[in-house]
Write a new protein. Sequence first.
Length: 264
Amino acid sequence: MTYADFELDDERDLVPAAWREAGIEGRVERWDDPSADWSAYDAVVIRSVWDYILRREEFLAWARRVASVTKLLNPYAVLETNTDKTYLRDLSVPTVPTHWSSRGLPDWPEYVVKPSVSGGARDTTRTTDRAEAARLAKELEAAGRTPMVQPYLDMVEAEGETSLLYFNGRFSHAVRRSAMLAAGATEADNPRAQLRTPAPDQVELAEKVLTAIPHDLLYARIDLVRLPGGAPAVIELELTEPYLFLTYDPRAPARFATALRELL
């Protein structure tokens, strides 16, 4: 399942090929194609629906319809929650400190301001000016959007974010991702990553998050950073349309296909 600009997804051919190797027939469809017959499929797998952030309510209405006629992976209840980052408020694990209002901003050396429905650093600003951060958050509120104000964590430039990938609850691989808001970074830098062996405390945190989710998950990407004291924290829980870094581990596509076969 993809969207109109699916050519931006370099995993779009890799995934169906891995499914065929596992004996699963599949094809790529646009989620908003009115001619698609979703009931004809045993399952619909959400992948690069990267335009949902501009059309969230439309996307969720579509997902409800699909879930009524076939198996949706990941499930609708997961998509409904995960497409708005206010879910971070309900996680019972350490997360990056987040202020959810334009008022009473904490005194941090540097701020990151973004809306709770966003992706790929869209509408995200990094600033050292507390008044500017408050103004940006207020603009989001005025537009009917929920602001997220977080401290900028310098250590992401040295260590990066660690993304742990799980397929049907099993760990597959992990990557170190470049800091998207690092000084001098460009859009071309954002996908850069390298395979990484996660530390035991990162695995422990990621699996604690997963065990708290009462749904079968075909895929999950848990993005972690380290707080100033060194403890890992969740910066994002990607359960809707994450890039899975399948080209970084040659065994990952087969693991993904195996997970799908188990859930069919």
